[in-house]
Design a protein around this ligand. Sequence first.
Ligand code: SF4
Length: 433
Amino acid sequence: MLGLLQRGGYELTSDEQKADILIINTCAFIESAKQESIDTIIARCERANHQKIVVTGCLAQRYSDELAETLPEVSVFVGTGEFHQIVKVCDLLTETATSTNGKPLILISSPQYLYDHLTPRVLSTPKHYAYLKIAEGCDKRCSFCTIPQMRGVHRSRSLDSLLAEARHLAESGVRELILISQDSTSYGMDLTGKRLLPKLLKNLTQVDGIEWIRVLYAYPTLVDEELLDVIVTEKKVCGYLDIPIQHIHDDILRRMVRKTTSAQLRRRITLIKHKAPDITLRSTVIVGFPGETEEHFKTLLDFIQEMEFDHLGVFAYSKEGGTPASKMKGQLPEEVKRERVERLIEIQKNIAFQKRRSYIGNEMIVLLDGFDENNCVVYARTEGQAPEIDDVVYISSPTEVAYPYSGKISIGEFVPVKIVGTYEYDFIGEVVR
Ligand code: SF4
């Protein structure tokens, strides 16, 4: 949307006082995300004086009718299938004082649109890394998940389009590509009937300027030997995999409709660790799913203790209207879910801390990510750390920290560091010269 608006002649600003139109892009995946989105819209509606408000994204896609009733201050709701119309929407708002008779316009359709390399982009990330959306939508039907409703069926972008975009991004200074979709391991299935993620990764390694390629959201049981071979042999492909398992007890996996069993998950993780012993593994689990007993939860706790994931996202089950899980018997009280989240986090905290300690003394290449103004420290990431979701490496060398922009080191640069200490999750490193 930013790229389209800029090409359409609009000036972009993050200062809302200067803006004529406020665009609020929303998430609606789980209850807390919905609440955050709604709070943001309400706060902007209360503050807006001359500005028009446009609400885009998944919340608009799912709840525009209800929101239009309660938030008449919003001018337009734009769903996930229509965000490419953002320039027309803004043109309409700037050309006509009130074309909507006091009622919000609603622009919603079944999501089919997929951007390509010709769609202009404005990066909202630091200029040295970028997300590359390789596919959109999901054909799985996990019983708790609303994403297929909000994002549509799985549809992959063409290899040529992705390579062209990767080249543009590299030319503009991007060094790390982060491949995203709802189910990255199914990339290509809709185009050729084959999973093409390994081929895509190999092709992307040929793009000059790109040094790291990272894959997020791999469906655990679709991680196969071919993909692992590429991760192990291609230097530019990060030794990192994000495999959301969601649970490990067969009863819960069945109720979640994950189409996988505990034994299959175990076999797959064993294969990953065997083929790629140095890989950094991230996973996500949901606790407090309807019908989850203390015994089910204990099985999950034991599994997490045994598997020792490097990074783990722990979510309390969120009851989402319109999903089969929301109608299941055995919905658990919020305090039970919260308590289970806390117990699991406590265990993972210990695992993470012990794992981090074992790195002390190691030298690693990091990508300098930014400067934390409050703590006056540069932070960086190893190939085992994804931006925004994982921990970081704080660079402790006093001279480097004091002059991050003076030419000694610069953000976006790859440098070797020695790990000299850890916090609970983060590393402390010194630049090695
Ligand atoms: S695979 Fe992921 S995105 Fe697809 S339905 Fe399941 S949880 Fe949702």
